[in-house]
Design a protein around this ligand. Sequence first.
Ligand code: IMP
Length: 184
Amino acid sequence: MKVLFATGNNHKVLEVNDIGGEFGVVFKQVECPYPELRSDSISVVAEEGVKFVYAKIGKPVVVEDSGLFIQALDDFPGTYSAFVFSKIGNYGILKLMDDTSNRTAEFRSCIAFYDGKTLKSFVGSVKGDITEKPAGENGFGYDPLFIPNGCGKTFAEDQETKKKVSHRSKAVKKFINWYSSKKS
Ligand code: IMP
């Protein structure tokens, strides 16, 4: 099964295909930039995005919106994660957390599908802690800062664990489950 995936982020493409491969689903990257709505909800951003992309390409397609929600920062950077990362990066986030012992955070992902008739979205999340300093070389974005609960290593240090427990892998599995039943 092939699914079009509109994103400019190659890391996301690799990750969803890593999961998709286990279920015989291939996500084919489509370059179709879309405006990201200003909303605190990843679902709203993903659903508006996928409708925009569908209107452009006229084919069933998915988009994914994700972000890091840090409790002590009132869920910042949240849906603004990509922008914030490009401006202040991991060290900027750590600086904002200089004075706080509450390191609790959550990654969230929403995969939204639209085919002109059916609009569906699937959310996945993973809770964890923000490190005191970045660790690990793999992955992307905030991976070096995030230690999932029950694991001693950041996502950037342990990509196998990321594959099992990440927000994105959970959202993708939910999507694949629904999409396969729709197709059969
Ligand atoms: P967007 O979904 O394109 O708006 O971008 C979400 C941003 O959140 C990414 O550019 C990263 O900065 C961050 N992010 C989302 N998921 C992950 C992840 O799995 N690891 C690290 N950073 C992530």
